[in-house]
Design a protein around this ligand. Structure first.
Ligand code: BGC
Length: 372
């Protein structure tokens, strides 16, 4: 049993005698016992099952909380904002004590969170900040700006930009415009790369005008969709890379976009080990890690989502017990109404050379799934 789990289990056992048997369905799954007697109900709202990371995030957090004696309601909303709002409303009706929310649209939850606040339900924003409401109590995430910085720094050192090399052809992408994180990822990367764009060492043949890191929405891919990124990369390659021109580097904010971009590169005849461009990513998803091993993606910024779950479970426990909730950043995440006290975890760069030592040896991915 991990240390986090032991601490949580001890606290929950002292308070609770009942164990739970949570059922799980796609739209609604709460335990049968009335929520105001026995263990506290924690609602966990995740955006979508379509991305590997959210499945892992939800399963890990639910497991941790159940083992510690909490009741849980884990819901996935198929990336549909209305569905997520309905799920939250159901959790409130079921008398949840705490809501843990990885939002789809960070600005759309203010009304439902007002209902939650009226019932004294505490809210933890999970991975993505919830904006435009006073009714978000804590935020737990990875250092999102740092994710982008790591991607930018990787590009600089791989290309030797800091040694005066260049010019190179760059195609930049950003994440979904309704996700507050996307802005931070892009800003982190662009604050590193912009000086090379300005000096002409990085050229953007598609002519995407990115004068500052606020311009990220012009290169964003809605819903973080692989197909959207693939179609956009196809467009750019077809329109701006004629006559033998080659793309040298693609800034992709995450793995789902990188997957689509890699498909596009494949279908345009780029070959790993030959002319395949530098391609960044984030999450350490299985398919992308396979691409890293195959030379079709250069790196991923790994966020060990198990540590995020551990941190959120500790927050849940502290809130339940009325003790101090641990945070380590009280400046960065202003949601437009207030600065939300946050806990930021460190992201880690993974390349081909350290897939085994970082992703496999930590148990995040299985060697057998990767053919290692
Ligand atoms: C998360 C990323 C993820 C992306 C798409 C972001 O909010 O921080 O880890 O790749 O959403 O789901």
């Amino acid at each position: 049993m991990s240390k986090t789990l032991r601490v949580l289990a001890a606290a929950a056992m002292a308070a609770l005698l009942t164990t739970t048997t949570a059922a799980c369905s796609k739209t609604r799954s709460t335990d049968n016992a009335p929520a105001d007697s026995g263990p506290a109900l924690v609602g966990i709202a995740m955006p979508t099952r379509s991305l590997e990371r959210w499945n892992n995030d939800g399963a890990h957090l639910e497991d941790l909380l159940k083992k510690a004696g909490y009741k849980t309601s884990l819901q996935y909303a198929d990336n549909k904002v209305d569905q997520q709002i309905t799920q939250l409303q159901n959790m409130i009706n079921d008398k949840a004590k705490i809501l843990v929310i990885a939002s789809i649209d960070g600005t759309a939850l203010a009304p439902v969170l007002q209902t939650a606040a009226d019932k004294k339900i505490k809210v933890i924003a999970y991975d993505r900040l919830i904006n435009s409401t006073p009714n978000v109590d804590y935020y737990a995430t990875f250092d999102n700006y740092k994710v982008g910085q790591l991607q930018g720094q990787f590009i600089v050192s791989k290309l030797g930009l800091d040694q005066g090399k260049g010019p190179f052809n760059l195609e930049p992408f950003a994440g979904s415009s309704d996700d507050n994180n996307a802005k931070f990822f892009f800003a982190g990367a662009w604050d590193v790369l912009k000086q090379y764009v300005d000096s002409g060492k990085l050229v953007i043949p598609s002519g995407k005008k990115l004068p500052n890191d606020d311009a990220w929405k012009t290169v964003s891919i809605n819903g973080w969709k692989s197909e959207g990124a693939q179609a956009e990369m196809d467009n750019r390659l077809n329109s701006f890379y004629t006559g033998g021109k080659k793309v040298d580097v693609v800034l992709s904010p995450n793995d789902s976009l990188a997957l689509g971009i890699a498909q596009s590169l494949d279908s345009h005849g780029y070959k790993p080990g030959a002319d395949w461009p530098i391609l960044t990513g984030q999450d350490g998803d299985l398919a992308n890690t396979k691409n890293i091993l195959a030379g079709k993606q250069s790196m991923t910024v790994w966020k060990d989502t198990r540590t995020l779950g551990d941190q959120v479970a500790k927050m849940v426990d502290a809130i339940t017990k009325g003790t101090a909730v641990e945070t380590n950043d009280t400046k960065t995440y202003n949601n437009g109404v207030k600065v939300v006290p946050s806990y930021l975890l460190p992201p880690v760069v993974v390349t081909k050379d350290d897939v085994k030592s970082k992703l496999v040896d930590s148990g995040f991915l299985k060697a057998s799934d990767l053919g290692l």
